[in-house]
Design a protein around this ligand. Structure first.
Ligand SMILES: C[S@@+](CC[C@H](N)C(=O)[O-])C[C@H]1O[C@@H](n2cnc3c(N)ncnc32)[C@H](O)[C@@H]1O
Length: 404
């Protein structure tokens, strides 16, 4: 803990006046200030971004070159050996940087993949990538570094191969988007809007992405829902509605999700199954329901992607009737030292690419959020768990939120 933060800790261990997402709690209170640490930190972040962008550009272009060169080119003085491919991919890294620089200069923004592109950016991107690709091809042909095989479709008038032009037009945005996603600031990556956008984007392929795991999850879902009692039930983060078929009949069930596109699929599934359920868009961290509205709250694989898990759990506690149960299926950070270390190391990959954290300490977060009688059973190792927790019988005012 930073000494200057000591005065923010309340006698009960909670913290006041700390912006969401700056605090981590695991029995002891620890601070991790995320205030901009100044030019040094910004420089380090920029270098990391530049290195990531270069590495991605190199790898993707190397793969592309290795496939297209043997098929489409008759090599003149061009060296088609592995080293030749490496030098070609290095050249493509340079071209990627030139395109990136031109678009960044006209939009005055170095990172330009995350937000929707303006027409100016799109035009600058296409013009620069096209001009560079054509220039490199014409130069290579003029110096007889390579010749096209008959199989290569060529652009009319310019007599330049279509494939190398497409290479820059297709790979550059992919490289920039991935680099930005991987190196974006934690807050920007994990804000609630970012999560919503991410699930809106994956909604059409979500079921396909998960189908292998679903072979295992299906039984876990059935067993979880068999335990659900009470008349008024809330399901959080319903997603595409994989739990719908297990909803108990004759209960009043409300299901929410932050992503309208995931919810649309849940609506279709509910209609197919003939299930009566109220489906609505809402954020688990700020529910549009009165205190003590539900007998039970259920969520499956939700809290890995809720930005402020403790704030969410406090909301769940608020809408539960005193003594009501929260039931979860979750993956959590293992307590086994080797797994724990690996999960912490690898967390940036899933969390940066598709937003699911594998280092969440949900049991500790439940304590933090004020739940009682927390029970959990291991479903796979000590990582996948079925969890039940009880809202206190007496109502206490909700505490200030802390980070998961
Ligand atoms: C990993 S999916 C799980 C979906 C579903 N529960 C299941 O088991 O298949 C997480 C879901 O939670 C939703 N979600 C993420 N953050 C949320 C939030 N703050 N409030 C409500 N839903 C949220 C996402 O849109 C997504 O549909």
């Amino acid at each position: 803990m930073w000494p200057s933060d000591a005065d923010k800790i309340m006698p009960d261990g909670t913290v006041k006046d700390v912006p969401l997402g700056e605090l981590s709690v695991d029995g002891k209170v620890r601070f991790r200030p995320t205030v901009d640490a100044g030019p040094r930190k910004r420089r380090r972040r920029w270098l990391l971004h530049a290195a990531t962008l270069s590495a991605l550009a190199f790898v993707l272009h190397l793969v592309w070159e290795s496939v297209q060169c043997p098929i489409f080119f008759v090599h003149g003085s061009y060296d088609a050996s592995p080293w030749g491919m490496v030098t070609a991919a290095l050249g493509d890294v340079l071209l990627t940087w030139i395109i990136y620089g031109v678009v960044a200069a006209i939009s005055r923004r170095w990172r330009w993949a995350g937000a929707p592109w303006s027409w100016g950016q799109i035009a600058a991107f296409i013009a620069t990538a096209f001009a560079l690709a054509v220039g490199v091809e014409l130069h290579a042909q003029a110096t007889e570094r390579w010749l096209y095989r008959g199989a290569m479709p060529v652009l009319p008038i310019l007599d330049v191969g279509v494939i190398p032009v497409l290479q820059l037009l297709i790979l550059t945005p992919i490289v920039v988007l991935l680099a930005e996603r991987i190196t974006a600031r934690r807050g920007a990556r994990e804000g609630t809007d970012a999560v919503r956008q991410r699930y809106d984007r994956v909604a059409p392929i979500y079921d396909l992405m998960e189908w292998v795991m679903e072979l295992r999850f299906r039984g876990w879902r059935r067993d979880l829902w068999a335990l659900v009692a009470g008349d008024e039930i809330l399901e959080l983060g319903v997603g595409t509605g994989k739990n719908l078929r297990f909803h108990p009949l004759g209960k009043k069930i409300t299901a929410i999700d932050i992503s309208e596109k995931m919810l649309r699929r849940a609506r279709r599934r509910a209609a197919r199954l003939g299930q009566t359920v109220t489906l609505q868009v809402a954020d688990a961290q700020a529910l549009p329901f009165a205190d003590a509205s539900f007998d039970e709250v259920v969520a499956t694989f939700l809290f890995c992607s809720v930005p402020d898990a403790v704030a969410g759990l406090r909301e769940e506690r608020r809408v539960l009737r005193p003594g009501g149960r929260l039931r979860l299926l979750e993956h959590v950070l293992s307590k086994r030292p080797v797994w724990r270390r690996l999960m912490r190391w690898f967390d940036p990959i899933p969390s940066r690419l598709w937003g699911a954290h594998i280092d969440r300490e949900t049991l500790e977060n439940l304590v933090e959020a004020g739940f009682e009688d927390i029970e959990s059973s291991d479903l796979w190792l000590d990582i996948f768990k079925r969890i039940a927790a009880r809202a206190p019988s007496e109502r206490h005012p909700p505490q200030r939120s802390k980070k998961a």
